[in-house]
Each structure stands twice: as structure tokens, then as C-alpha cells.
Design a protein around this ligand. Structure first.
Ligand SMILES: [Zn+2]
Length: 344
């Protein structure tokens, strides 16, 4: 099969388009013809060997996690999926045997691994995944939209729905509306929960798109102070913050919370370290928590609202698989709104 793989860490130039052997399917696995594969930051870190993702070569590694496609073959012990089914893949592989997994807290599995980082991934014509990571999608959902879902909606669901329990009468601040997580957070907060959404972004064009997705108010952080603007728009601050950008905006977003507010973090693309004012943390009784992807049950719930048409994942551009390096460069330039996809 055709695939994009790496044989060494480095820049986009190490992405090689070529021939790799078709993967074998195990008894509890599903073999999928990939129709769309979505880029994530993890792909860039894996390619570069950053953030603890250095690995030994050979063997080569096929990158890519999030994907959607058609089932070619289901292993003999697989129930509920068959050849021809249209599916989306949750790229986080868990052991299904540890106490966390057995308790349904598989987001805490200490043996968790990622497709496309620990195992061969979805930048390929064919991919294999455990059946528990594969979900059927409705005919109305395109492969491109489905592939854009898992890594953006799982942490958002984790923060807003399961942990943060955002309510319809509350207000949430979504940082950086233009990235995949931002577009997902606006939609879940607005269309699934029914909350008031204040989003931040960097240009009038991105602000208009954020409003189209469901943001009630948009703050252009290049022109306005986030904390001051939130104070003007709310009665004492927001109830929740969804942060996937980290250091550059933490102080402003933290000061935008009302007493008792919840601050969920699922990424730190602008920097990993920041200062936390402990006096404000306890006196204002703020809760700060981290979220890394979500549970298999979170994914089931997300696919349910995807299939009902409640959420519409945002796709910025689709590149042919052989142009994976161009897609990686586009992601590094951060000049996009929504997800970047590859199509074999
Ligand atoms: Zn486990």
C-alpha cells in the first residue's frame, strides 16, 4: 500500500511517500480503507522527536492518528462491525486490562499509546485498529468531517461535558477559536450544552468564522485586553475556560474566571510553563485541571451527536497524501481555521 512514513526524526522533509506492506488484522481488530486522515500537533512532535517522542529506527513509522474510512475486514472476534461499514477511529489505544480501564476510566490507562506514534498510523491507504477504537458513522457524515473529530472533540468533551459539567445558563471562555480544539469547544458549548460562549482570536476574519460556529462574543486579542473585555461582557467573569494554548494567555484567562470557576487545559502550544497566583487560586476557589483526550465512552457520546448533525467539524484544507510535507508546513505556520486533512 501507499503510505507516508519516517525513517528518522526531523523537519517535514523526512516525510517519505512510498510503498509499505499491508498491515495484518488480528482477531479483535478492524482493517480500514482510509478515506481521510487529520493532522494533529502530535504528528509534528512525533516527526520531530520532540516532547519525549524520540524513537529508534528502523523500523520506519507511518504517522497519523485521527482517520475515517470504510471497513475492509473485521477480525473473527469483532462484534458490531463488518466490511463496508463507514467508520471513524479513536487513535488512543488503551490496554483494557488495568484497574483504570476496567473502571471505565480508560483516559487514565498507564499503558495508553497513540496510533501513528507508538504504532503505524493513518497516513496510509490502509490502517488497522482495535475494534473498541472504531465507531460507525452515519451516511450523512462525510469522511473528512469524521476524521476531524477525535483529537479535537475528545479533550473538549472531557473538559466541558464530563469534568467541567458546563451548564446552559453558564458562560465559557474559549481561547484561540481558530484551532481545531477551539472550533470544537465553541460547538460543544453552544450546540450540545447551550451555554453562552466568548471566544478569542487574532483577526476579524477568524472572528467572523467563530461567530458562524456559535460564539456569542469574540475578543480580538491583538486589539483588546481579554480580561477587561470579559469583565465588560459578563457579571463578574466566566464560569469556565477552555485552554489549549498555554503560557501566552494563561494569566489573562485565569483572571477572567469568576469565583468558583473551572479552568480546563488540554494543550500548551504557546509554551509549557506559566505562573499561577496561589492566593487567587484558593481565595477565589478556582479549580484548574488537565485533560488529555477522553474516555471511550466520551467518544461514543461524541459520535452520537456527530451522527445527529449537532456538531459540524471544521475542515480547513484537504491535501493529497503524497503532499503530507506541505500539510505539515501549513500546520507549523498556524495560518488555518479548523483541521488540515490528508486524502489517500
Ligand atoms: Zn489500561
Amino acid at each position: 500500500m501507499k503510505a507516508v512514513y519516517i525513517e528518522a526524526h526531523g523537519g517535514p522533509e523526512v516525510l517519505t511517500f512510498g510503498e509499505r506492506p499491508d498491515p495484518d488484522v488480528g482477531p479483535t481488530e478492524v482493517k480500514i480503507k482510509v478515506n481521510a486522515s487529520a493532522l494533529n500537533r502530535l504528528d509534528l512532535y512525533t516527526r520531530a522527536g520532540e516532547r519525549g517522542l524520540q524513537r529508534e529506527f528502523p523500523p520506519p513509522l507511518i504517522l497519523g492518528g485521527d482517520c475515517a474510512g470504510e471497513v475492509i475486514e473485521a477480525g473473527e472476534q469483532v462484534a458490531g462491525l463488518k466490511a463496508g461499514d463507514r467508520v471513524v477511529v479513536n487513535p488512543k489505544i488503551t490496554c483494557q486490562q488495568c484497574p483504570a480501564c476496567l473502571a471505565g476510566n480508560d483516559h487514565l490507562c498507564p499503558r495508553a499509546r497513540f496510533m501513528g506514534s507508538a504504532t503505524d498510523g493513518s497516513y496510509a491507504e490502509i490502517a488497522v485498529m482495535p475494534a473498541v477504537n472504531v465507531h460507525a458513522i452515519a451516511d450523512e457524515v462525510s469522511y473528512e468531517q469524521a476524521a476531524a473529530v477525535p483529537t479535537t472533540f475528545l479533550p473538549v468533551w472531557n473538559i466541558l461535558v464530563r469534568r467541567g459539567q458546563l451548564k446552559s445558563w453558564e458562560t465559557v471562555l474559549v481561547l484561540s477559536a481558530s484551532a481545531g480544539v477551539g472550533t470544537a469547544a465553541i460547538q460543544v458549548a453552544k450546540h450540545v450544552i447551550g451555554a453562552r460562549v466568548i471566544a478569542t482570536t487574532s483577526t476579524p476574519e477568524k472572528a467572523a468564522k467563530a461567530k458562524e460556529l456559535g460564539a456569542d462574543e469574540v475578543i480580538n486579542y491583538n486589539e483588546e485586553d481579554i480580561t477587561e473585555r470579559v469583565r465588560a461582557l459578563t457579571d463578574g467573569g466566566v464560569d469556565m475556560v477552555v485552554d489549549h494554548v498555554g503560557a501566552d494567555f494563561f494569566a489573562k484567562a485565569f483572571s477572567s474566571l469568576k469565583p468558583g470557576g473551572r479552568y480546563g487545559i488540554c494543550g500548551a502550544t504557546t509554551g509549557l510553563r506559566t505562573e499561577l497566583h496561589l492566593g487567587l487560586l484558593f481565595s477565589r476557589q478556582i479549580e484548574v485541571f488537565g485533560a488529555f483526550m477522553g474516555t471511550k465512552e466520551d467518544m461514543r457520546q461524541i459520535v452520537a451527536v456527530l451522527n445527529r448533525g449537532t456538531i459540524h467539524p471544521v475542515v480547513d484544507r484537504v491535501f493529497p497524501l503524497e503532499e503530507a510535507a506541505a500539510a505539515h508546513r501549513a500546520m507549523e505556520e498556524t495560518n488555518f481555521f479548523g483541521k488540515l486533512l490528508l486524502k489517500p
